[in-house]
Design a protein around this ligand. Structure first.
Ligand SMILES: NC(=O)c1ccc[n+]([C@@H]2O[C@H](COP(=O)([O-])OP(=O)(O)OC[C@H]3O[C@@H](n4cnc5c(N)ncnc54)[C@H](OP(=O)(O)O)[C@@H]3O)[C@@H](O)[C@H]2O)c1
Length: 312
């Protein structure tokens, strides 16, 4: 099969398309998926560049990628939720398992997958899993009453956009902290108040909770005394202050929760935003563009032989 492979750690230039052995035939409870699209996420950049600490010891060559959409190509013994041909989405914790999704085929346990949403293209559905689960899971642990005020930092990013929409869905009152040029987009995504500085957000009176996705060290200043700060950026965790103890959240693979999130897409509650799709052959260029920042919507990678891939 074809896959995006890296033979060394470093800049996006280490990424290239290559022929590799097919993903293994599925074992008990496993399915093999033919990938329609995979997304690029910040964690892929961190692993590739070697900045993610211990992952530098992962054996090379390696294929990156957590998010996937695709169709079931074959099923192993005992698989109950899926049949050959079913459209699915899924999440593979690549640094832990070595199973990257930037490939034509990947073999995973069926519990990591969910039926793809029906209201968007199967390709675009690859933009849902990692970012939405990374918001859904900490939000389930945040016990806030209806009407609670929640500030989302990086609110037009992949996690941030879902955070605004999922906060509103829970009956909270979401606000945003974004760059100057993203104010309109934050409003479109449902932010009640939009700030471009922490000082401005703090002046707004103190939020019941701040959900931190932008790695802004003093975002805690915008939390009210005794409120909550939940961050998904473990490298930027401020010390506790004023009865606020920052919580770091790490995403878990969870096909059942993904099924709930796909249903929210079909109900029009979650908007899946895709900036562009590139064929595997252009992975280095796609990843470099994503890493440069300022991209609004996810960057996808698609097998080079698909219509999208051939067009890219
Ligand atoms: N812990 C976990 O399990 C977990 C899971 C998923 C993601 N994450 C982490 O979560 C973070 C966000 O991921 P993502 O996929 O949402 O990334 P993303 O799509 O790049 O979104 C980040 C957003 O934050 C904005 N931003 C950065 N610095 C800012 C600042 N000083 N002021 C205002 N906005 C700022 C970015 O704008 P620009 O593009 O203009 O810079 C971008 O819109 C990443 O650090 C990622 O590694 C953690």
């Amino acid at each position: 099969m074809r896959a995006v492979v890296m033979n060394a750690y470093g800049s996006p230039d280490v990424l290239h398309e290559a022929e590799v052995p097919d993903a293994p035939a599925p074992g008990p409870g496993q399915v093999r998926i033919r990938i329609e699209a995979a997304a690029v996420n910040p964690v892929d950049n961190q692993v590739r560049s070697g900045s993610k600490g211990d992952e530098i010891t992962l054996p090379l060559p390696m294929t990156l990628g957590w998010d996937l959409s695709g169709r079931i190509e074959s099923t192993g013994p005992g698989v109950e939720r899926f049949a050959v041909g079913d459209p699915v989405i899924g999440l593979s914790a690549q640094p832990a398992t070595g199973l990257g999704t930037w490939a034509e085929l990947v073999t995973l346990h069926e519990s990591l997958l969910a039926p793809a949403p029906r209201s968007i293209s199967l390709r675009d559905a690859a933009a849902l899993p990692l970012a939405s689960l990374s918001v859904h899971q900490p939000f389930q642990r945040l016990r806030l009453p209806a009407g609670a005020s929640v500030l989302v930092t990086g609110a037009v990013g992949a996690l941030g956009g879902y955070a605004l929409q999922l906060a509103a869905h829970r009956g909270w009152r979401p606000s945003a902290l974004v760059r100057e040029q993203d104010v309109d987009l934050a409003e479109e995504l449902g932010a009640h108040e939009v700030h471009t500085t922490v000082a401005g957000a703090a002046r707004a009176g103190g939020y019941d909770a701040v959900f931190e996705t932008a790695g802004i060290p003093d975002a805690i200043k915008a939390v009210r005394d005794g409120g909550s700060l939940v961050t998904v950026v473990p490298t930027v965790v401020p010390p506790a202050e004023r009865g606020i103890t920052p919580q770091v959240s790490y995403v878990d693979q969870d096909g059942a929760a993904l099924e709930e999130l796909a249903a929210l897409v079909d109900r029009g509650i979650l908007t899946v935003r895709v900036a562009r799709a590139h064929p595997f052959a252009r992975a280095a260029e796609a990843v470099a563009g994503f890493e440069a920042g300022g991209v609004r919507g996810k960057v996808l990678l698609v097998p080079s032989a698909t219509p999208d891939g051939a067009a890219g």
